[in-house]
Design a protein around this ligand. Structure first.
Ligand SMILES: C[S@@+](CC[C@H](N)C(=O)[O-])C[C@H]1O[C@@H](n2cnc3c(N)ncnc32)[C@H](O)[C@@H]1O
Length: 273
C-alpha cells in the first residue's frame, strides 16, 4: 500500500499525470488531449501572471483595477433601476442583516454615517434608526438618487466625496459607521486612507461595521465580483495602525449563522475608537 506521503511526492504526482494522460488519450483521442494539455498550461500561466500582479499591488501599494477612478466609472454609470436589490440574496438574508447586524451593533438614536449608499438599499433602515444620518458617496449620481428617494426625511445629509476621505464631516461627530458592498471594491491604499478618516470622525467609543474582502486575491476565483486585494488580516493591521480596536470579524450571522457573505469570500469587521 502507498503511504499518503509517497502519494503526494513529486514522483507520484508525475506518475499520476502520465496515467491520466494515457486514459484521456485512449478515451478522447489525440486532438482532445492536446487541447486539454494546452488548457492546463494556459490556466497555470494565467494564475502565475495574476499572482504577479497581486504581488506588485501589495509591494508598491498600487490600486490595481480597484482605483477610485474605476469605481466612479462603474457605479456612476450603473443601471440602478433595481435599487441595488440585485445583490440581495433573499428577503430573509436582508432582514437578518438589518436585525442581527445593523441593529445589534449600532446604537439607535445616534448620529450615523453610511459610506457608499448606492441607491439607498441600507439607507432606509439606517434612517429609521438614526437620530441623524450622514451619507457619503463618490458618485454624484448615487447621491442624487438618494437625495430624491429620501427627500422627505428631515434627519439626513448628503456629500459627494473623493473616494478616500471624509473632509465634509467634523472630527468626533459620528457614533456609528456602516458600509456594505463598498469596501470590497476599494483598493487597500484607499481603505487605509478611509480608516484614518473614520478614526478622526468617530467619537471616542463610537463603532463601525464594514463589509470587506477576506482573502483578497489569494484565491483565483475571488476575482469574481471585482474584489480588491484586501484581506481580513490586512484590514486588522490597518485598524491597529490607526488606533482603532477590532471587536470581531465574521462572515455569517443570524440564527445558527444561517446567512453569510461567503459567496465572494468576504467578511465584516466591527471596530471601535
Ligand atoms: C456595489 S454598490 C453598493 C451600494 C449599497 N451600499 C448597497 O449595498 O446596495 C457600491 C457603492 O459604493 C460606492 N463607492 C465605491 N467606491 C467608493 C469610494 N471609494 N468611496 C465612496 N463610495 C464608493 C459606489 O458609488 C456605490 O454607491
Amino acid at each position: 500500500m502507498t503511504s499518503s506521503a509517497a502519494r503526494g511526492s513529486p514522483r507520484a504526482k508525475r506518475l499520476d499525470r502520465i496515467a491520466r494522460a494515457g486514459q484521456y488519450l485512449s478515451r478522447n483521442g489525440v486532438r482532445w488531449t492536446a487541447y486539454a494539455a494546452l488548457f492546463g498550461l494556459l490556466t497555470r500561466a494565467n494564475h502565475a501572471v495574476y499572482q504577479g500582479m497581486v504581488r506588485l499591488e501589495r509591494r508598491h501599494a498600487l490600486s490595481g483595477r480597484n482605483s477610485v477612478e474605476n469605481n466612479y466609472r462603474v457605479w456612476d454609470t450603473w443601471d440602478w433601476s433595481q435599487g441595488g436589490e440585485e445583490w440581495t440574496q433573499s428577503e430573509e438574508w436582508k432582514q437578518s442583516l438589518i436585525d442581527d447586524v445593523i441593529r445589534a451593533q449600532l446604537v439607535p438614536q445616534t448620529t450615523m454615517l453610511e459610506i457608499g449608499p448606492g441607491a439607498g438599499r441600507w439607507t432606509k433602515p439606517l434612517l429609521e434608526m438614526a437620530s441623524h444620518l450622514v451619507v457619503v458617496d463618490l458618485s454624484d449620481r448615487c447621491i442624487a438618487l438618494c437625495r430624491e428617494r429620501f427627500s422627505g426625511a428631515p434627519n439626513i445629509e448628503f456629500h459627494v466625496n473623493d473616494g478616500r476621505s471624509l473632509t465634509a464631516i467634523p472630527s468626533d461627530s459620528i457614533d456609528g459607521v456602516w458600509s456594505f458592498d463598498v469596501f470590497v471594491h476599494i483598493a487597500p491604499p484607499d481603505v487605509d486612507s478611509y480608516l484614518a478618516e473614520i478614526h478622526r470622525v468617530l467619537r471616542p467609543g463610537g463603532r463601525a461595521v464594514i463589509h470587506h474582502g477576506r482573502d483578497g486575491h489569494e484565491h483565483f476565483a475571488a476575482d469574481a465580483g471585482w474584489r480588491s486585494g484586501m484581506t481580513a488580516d490586512l484590514f486588522a493591521e490597518m485598524l491597529r495602525k490607526h488606533g482603532l480596536k477590532l471587536r470581531g470579524q465574521f462572515d455569517s450571522w443570524g440564527p445558527g449563522g444561517r446567512f453569510n457573505v461567503r459567496r465572494h469570500r468576504d467578511t465584516l469587521s466591527v471596530f471601535t475608537k
